[in-house]
Design a protein around this ligand. Structure first.
Ligand code: PMT
Length: 405
């Protein structure tokens, strides 16, 4: 099932390190090539010999050891990895990667890895709940690293709570899911927009909004995993995307409009998740505007409605819009379907906790052109992206069968 897949398993120092033996064994049984990297502390809990025997490969235990029969230079392992799993992941390795610290073989290799990285944390409940650890996890998620959440159970420290590493079976199932994502969008080109736009007032000031880009980047990542050729037009964000995504960075709504126009013809699916400013300052002041005693009035002029433009030039494309609403979700969202000639719209009520701007989760309702709708529960933005792209796939299939009729 995982034949030909290269999986690097990083093992750090926690009592659940003994479970990494079972993880390695299960991955091997599924046909993967498994390479283990152990921190010094991990070796206090499980012997390299166990992992070497199970993986049938040399185990890296130190930055400066002699290479064995294969190249162990960290860059070569980083390049080799289709997926990098850290199980168990201590607060220490999470903190190191979150802050760019590369001081041993594992952290150095992780820093050089461009492929998928999955952390399976295991630690004392209070450590796991510590705001610093949680901030580090959030920081890593924002940069595309993924996590297999720990589960509730009896912890080695005597406490009962969330902190126990997920069971090997669940971890291996997740690895399979990541590596075997059905290539339902293979051969399809998709254009996605993400993030806010910046509308300059003068050299130091601008108008913008709260979009972090997370929703659009999640769509781009999941679409790429499903085999699509992805172009992502992004406003200013702190996010990174996988190298296989063609990233076009822009600042203003006018920049986004131009980039969309340049890329529209080549793409058969368009998803507008960006929060585009409807207005920009009519006049950009070349010099910093000086404060005066009286009020300052800035005249704003309309930006182009990019989604409407795409709808008017849609041809045979699948077009998906987003609607960020504070009230009358259904009414406002369904109006946009007609006005902008959409196949469906993803409506989020941004007043709801855990939905909309900047958070990792979203709660959306998909309204379709035929009047039907699907209300989804609160879920991770990657899950939301998965649902949206599954609907896109269904539409592609419909179109294909219509063409054959
Ligand atoms: O980036 P995150 O922090 O993850 O937040 C996600 C999100 C809240 C930004 C996202 O889920 C979302 O709702 N994006 C659309 C935000 C928005 O601008 O909604 P709107 O209702 O104002 O616009 C409707 C649609 O028209 C959107 O698809 C928008 O991209 C598009 N639009 C808007 C204005 C404009 N001038 N041109 C456009 O194309």
């Amino acid at each position: 099932m995982l034949k030909g897949k290269n999986i690097v398993v990083g093992i750090t120092g926690g009592i659940s390190a003994y479970k990494s033996a079972e993880i390695v064994s299960r991955l091997k049984k599924k046909g993967a090539n498994v390479y283990c990297v152990m921190t010094q502390n991990a070796q206090e809990f499980i012997s390299p010999l166990t992992l070497r025997t199970l993986s049938n490969n040399p185990v890296v235990t130190s930055m400066f050891e002699e290479p064995g029969t294969w190249e162990v230079e960290h860059i070569s392992l980083a390049d080799k990895a289709d997926l990098f799993l850290i199980a168990p992941a201590t607060a220490n390795i999470i903190g190191k990667v979150a802050h760019g610290i590369a001081d041993d073989f594992l952290s150095t290799t992780l820093m050089a890895t461009r492929g998928k990285v999955l952390f399976a944390p295991a630690m004392n409940i209070h450590m796991y709940e510590n705001k610093i650890v949680q901030e580090n996890i959030t920081r890593l998620k924002a940069r595309g690293y993924d996590f297999i959440d720990p589960v509730i159970g009896n912890l080695a420290c005597g406490y009962t709570g969330k902190g126990k590493m997920a069971e090997p079976e669940a971890i291996v199932a997740r690895v399979c899911q990541e590596l075997l994502e059905e290539q339902i969008l293979a051969g399809h080109k998709i254009l996605i927009t993400a993030g806010p736009t910046k509308e300059k007032i003068d050299p130091v000031r601008y108008l913008t909004n709260h979009s972090s880009g997370k929703m659009g980047y999640a769509l781009a990542e999941v679409a790429a995993r499903k085999g699509a050729q992805v172009t992502l037009i992004s406003g200013p964000t702190n996010l990174k995307c996988s190298p296989q995504v063609n990233l076009i960075k822009i600042e203003s709504a006018l920049d986004m409009f131009q980039a969309v126009q340049e890329n529209l013809d080549q793409n058969e699916i368009v998803i507008m998740a960006a929060a585009v400013a409807d207005y920009r300052p009519k006049i950009f002041s070349e010099k910093k505007i000086k404060k005066k005693d009286e009020d300052l009035k800035i005249v704003l002029e309309r930006n182009p409605d990019i989604l409407k433009y795409i709808g008017e030039n849609k041809k045979d494309k699948i077009l998906v819009g987003f609607a960020a609403e504070t009230n009358d979700l259904k009414e406002n969202a369904t109006k946009k379907i007609i006005q902008k000639n959409l196949d469906f719209i993803v409506a989020n009520d941004i007043t709801q906790a855990g939905a909309g701007f900047a958070v990792d989760t979203n709660q959306v309702t998909l309204f379709f052109a035929d009047g039907s709708y699907k209300a989804l529960p609160l879920m991770d933005k990657y899950e939301v992206a998965n649902k949206i792209l599954t609907e896109v796939y269904a539409l592609l299939k419909e179109k294909r069968s219509e063409r054959n009729d």
